[in-house]
Design a protein around this ligand. Structure first.
Ligand SMILES: Cc1ncc(COP(=O)(O)O)c(C=O)c1O
Length: 397
């Protein structure tokens, strides 16, 4: 079967040397990135400090505008943030938590870093975190359980769009409806959805969304972003702030005065090289088209599940394609050591406790590579060569 998305393979040099199935962690680097970084270096070398005025200061918003169509947002609604944890912290720092409306609803399966900052920072600001437990299968979270946790005391609902361990797709829209009925806001962590499946902030109705370019958008570390809905109360003033959020940053005024636009969600000096590295990946993903990427991803993840079933390996991933993101987690024996065996043979995957070996095809993955990863997994187990690798955190046995 011909697969037009394979035409993008030459854009990613690492595909010549490896079986790259880890785009849920770090997408492959586009071959255009060195030129972008050279551009940054040239600007620094030639323009010196003038580069701030000519290109750099506005980069967080310009790049945000390029990413906006990938989440159905408009220009001026997305801005770059150093990482998702900081983007989420900025959101929670913009809200007040009076005792009668101080609850933040999260789930037990959200990414720990986000939980850490909510548990530590939001509670210090007076919030109370309500954690909705995992569903009985341990793979997903029941949307009805989240809905039931939202009431008139809820200030914010912060949930993942796609759960990082299992790739379970949360049913976000009814959760947003309930939150809004109760007067609460919703902050969606879409790190595992943007770039591998369509995301539409308007259809979902979320107030905030965070994600990053380093996974499915192939943009490298340091290029995360925050979307703020036009309806999110315009009076919000993040206390995690800085001079990029000031109405007159170069007046160096002693008091904070928030700028009205998307810049009010920024803080200090942006990490310019990371933003240059981030330019190419989202452009390629837009050219490939997220609808086509999703169709291929659903087909290839289904194929991976078939291959796992044929061998009797459990998968910790939803079987319903509509509820499944871009990753399949193989729950094989000695999963960590097997994953190390695969890595040592240039088959790039990752391992997560309570998930297993996560295999993440992307638009540049061929079907042969799916067969190759499963064959390699068979080999590690049948030969016992997984024993050559030290257990996680322990010595080799
Ligand atoms: C769903 C999700 N949220 C948040 C994070 C953490 O992001 P960051 O390191 O950018 O703060 C990750 C990291 O992989 C993630 O998978």
């Amino acid at each position: 079967m011909s697969d037009p998305l394979l035409a993008f393979r030459p854009e990613f040099p690492i595909l010549e040397r490896t079986t790259y199935l880890v785009s849920n962690s770090l997408g492959a680097m586009p071959r255009g990135v060195p030129d972008r970084l050279a551009e940054y270096v040239d600007e620094w070398a030639e323009q010196g400090v003038r580069a701030w005025g000519r290109a750099w200061w506005e980069l967080p918003a310009r790049l945000g505008d390029e990413i906006a169509p990938l989440i159905g947002a408009d220009p001026g609604q997305v801005v770059m943030a150093g990482n998702v944890t900081l983007g989420q912290a900025t959101v929670l720092s913009a809200l007040d938590y009076p005792p009668q409306r101080n609850r933040i609803v999260m789930t037990a399966l959200d990414f720990p870093s986000v939980r850490y900052v909510y548990d530590r920072l939001a509670t210090r600001l007076g919030a109370e975190i309500v954690v909705v437990p995992a569903a009985a299968d341990g793979i997903g979270v029941d949307a009805d359980a989240v809905i039931a946790a939202i009431d008139e005391r809820t200030r914010l609902v912060c949930i993942s769009h796609v759960l990082f361990r299992s790739a379970f797709v949360m049913d976000v829209a009814p959760i947003v409806r309930r939150a809004h009925e109760m007067g609460a806001l919703v902050s969606l962590d879409a790190f595992h959805s943007v770039g591998v499946m369509p995301v539409d902030v308007k259809a979902l109705g979320v107030d905030f969304l965070t994600a990053g370019v380093l996974k499915w958008l192939c943009g490298g570390p340091g290029g995360c972003f925050l979307y703020v809905a036009p309806g999110a109360p315009s009076a919000l003033e993040p206390s995690l702030t800085g001079w990029q959020a000031h109405a007159h940053p170069f007046a160096f005024e002693p008091e904070m005065a928030y700028t009205p636009g998307i810049y009010r969600w920024l803080n200090g000096t942006p990490s310019v090289p990371a933003l240059y590295a981030a330019i190419e990946g989202p452009r390629i993903v837009k050219r490939a088209g997220v609808e086509a990427i999703r169709a291929k991803s659903m087909r290839q993840t289904a194929r991976l599940i078939e291959l796992a079933d044929a061998r009797g390996h459990p998968v910790n991933t939803p079987r319903d394609p509509a509820r499944r993101g871009g990753t399949v987690a193989f729950d094989v024996p000695h999963a960590y050591e097997v994953s190390e065996y695969l890595l040592s043979r240039d088959v790039l995957v990752d391992y997560r406790p309570n998930a297993g070996i996560r295999v993440a095809p992307h638009f540049y993955t061929s079907d042969d590579e799916l067969d190759a990863v499963v064959a390699m997994l068979d080999e590690a187990l049948s030969t016992g060569r997984w024993r050559e690798f030290a257990p996680r955190g322990g010595a080799a046995t």
